[in-house]
Design a protein around this ligand. Structure first.
Ligand SMILES: [Cu+2]
Length: 367
C-alpha cells in the first residue's frame, strides 16, 4: 500500500519536480558524487538503458557495457494514419515495405579522467531485415510474378565518441552536458537482390537499410537528474546534427531532436523500476540517393524509401524498464537492465513503416 501511494506521488511530482523540496534532501548521490560521499551504488543511478549519456562517473571511474536492441516495425502510416499496402500502391508506388526488424549490438566504454569530465566510446554492429510487398500490377514485370521479397544488411555501424561535462552538483541535484561526434564508419553501400526489369538484380539498398549515416554528425545533449532516498527523476534533451550537406551517396539523413523524462523507483537495494516518456523529432532526408532506382514500369515510382519525402516525422514513446544491480559481494557493480519503448503516437512524413516497439537489454560493470 505504501508502495502504490509512493508511485502515485512519484507520477504527480514528476512534472513539478524541479521545484519540489518535499523532504530535506540528503546527499544521496552515489555513482556521481564528490569524493567526500561514500560510494554506494543504487539501481536508479542509471536512466532506462535505452537512454545514452544519462550519467557521469567519479574521477578515475571506468564502465564497460554491452547493449542489445531489437526494433520492430510493422505496417505503414501516412501522417498519423495507418495505411494498407493497396493504398500505397494506389499512390503510384511499385513496392511497399511491409515490416522491418533492426537489431543492434552495442559495446560501450566510459572513463572519467576528472571529477567533472567523463569520456564515452560506443561501437555497434547492426543487422536489418525488411519484408516488401510488390504491386500486383507490376509483379509479373519486375518480380517474376512473386508478391514480395526480403532484403537484408548487416555490419558495423557508426562509431561514437563523446564527452560529458558535469557543470552542476548541489545537494541531490546534478546536471551535465554532452558533446559527441558520430564518425561515418558504418557502410552506406549495402546492396541486396531486389526486383528489376527482367528479374532480380544486386542493387543499392535505400537509406533506411544502410548501416551508417555517411556523414560526420554532432551529438549534443543536456541532462538533469535529481535523487531522493528511494526514487529519482531525470530529463534529457539530445540531438543529432548532420555536419555535412551530403554523404558520398549524394544525400544526408535528417537532423534529430529528442526530449525525454524518466523516473526511477527502487523497490530495494538491488531492484529498481523505471518509467518515462520520450518525444522525438526527425527531419526529412535531403538529396537523391545515388544508385537507388526511382522509376518502375508503367510510370510508377519504385519504392517509398527511395524518395526523400518519405523520411522523418515525430513520435511519442512510453518507456518501461527494470534495473538490477549487485551492490556488494562477488558480483558487486554488475548491472542488468531491460527497457521497453512502446509507441503512443506517431506522425510520419509521407509513407513510412511505423515503429511499434524497441526492446533494449543491457549489461554494465563499473570499476
Ligand atoms: Cu557509466
Amino acid at each position: 500500500m505504501k508502495t502504490s501511494t509512493q508511485f502515485i506521488t512519484l507520477a504527480l511530482t514528476l512534472t513539478a519536480a524541479t521545484t519540489a523540496h518535499a523532504a530535506p534532501a540528503a546527499p544521496v548521490f552515489s555513482c556521481c558524487s564528490t569524493e567526500e560521499h561514500q560510494h554506494i551504488a543504487r539501481p536508479d543511478d542509471h536512466a532506462p538503458i535505452s537512454v545514452m549519456g544519462d550519467h557521469t562517473h567519479s574521477k578515475g571511474g571506468w564502465m564497460l557495457s554491452y547493449r542489445y536492441m531489437n526494433m520492430q516495425m510493422d505496417g505503414m502510416r501516412n501522417g498519423s494514419d495507418r495505411v494498407s499496402s493497396s493504398e500505397v500502391f494506389a499512390a503510384n508506388y511499385a513496392v511497399a515495405p511491409e515490416s522491418m526488424t533492426m537489431e543492434m549490438h552495442m559495446l560501450g566504454a566510459m572513463y572519467a579522467p576528472t571529477e567533472k569530465l567523463t569520456l564515452m566510446l560506443m561501437a555497434n554492429y547492426i543487422e536489418t531485415e525488411m519484408d516488401n510487398l510488390v504491386n500486383p500490377a507490376v509483379a509479373g514485370m519486375i518480380n517474376g510474378g512473386e508478391s514480395g521479397f526480403t532484403t537484408e544488411s548487416s555490419g558495423l555501424g557508426d562509431l561514437k565518441v563523446s564527452a560529458l561535462y558535469r557543470f552542476y552538483l548541489e545537494d541531490n541535484r546534478k546536471a551535465h552536458f554532452g558533446l559527441g561526434l558520430s564518425l561515418p564508419t558504418g557502410s552506406i553501400d549495402e546492396k541486396d537482390d531486389t526486383p528489376a526489369m527482367g528479374g532480380r538484380q544486386y542493387q543499392q539498398l535505400p537509406a533506411s537499410m544502410q548501416l551508417g549515416s555517411g556523414t560526420f554528425d554532432l551529438l549534443p545533449s543536456l541532462t538533469f537528474v535529481q535523487q531522493f532516498d528511494e526514487w529519482s527523476w531525470g530529463s534529457q534533451m539530445n540531438g543529432v546534427i548532420r555536419l555535412q550537406d551530403e554523404n558520398s551517396n549524394d544525400y544526408r539523413l535528417g537532423h534529430q531532436f529528442e526530449w525525454l523524462s524518466w523516473a526511477g523507483y527502487n523497490l530495494n537495494e538491488w531492484l529498481g523500476l523505471t518509467g518515462g516518456l520520450s518525444y522525438k523529432y526527425t527531419g526529412e532526408l535531403e538529396g537523391d540517393q545515388k544508385d537507388v532506382n526511382l522509376m518502375a514500369p508503367g510510370m510508377r515510382q519504385s519504392v517509398t524509401t527511395a524518395f526523400e519525402e518519405n523520411f522523418g516525422g515525430q513520435r511519442i514513446d512510453v518507456l518501461l524498464g527494470v534495473n538490477l544491480l549487485k551492490p556488494s559481494g562477488a558480483l558487486a557493480g554488475h548491472r542488468l537492465s531491460l527497457d521497453l519503448r512502446l509507441q503512443l503516437w506517431q506522425d510520419l512524413n509521407g509513407y513510412q513503416l511505423e515503429t511499434d516497439s524497441t526492446v533494449t537489454i543491457g549489461w554494465s560493470k563499473a570499476f
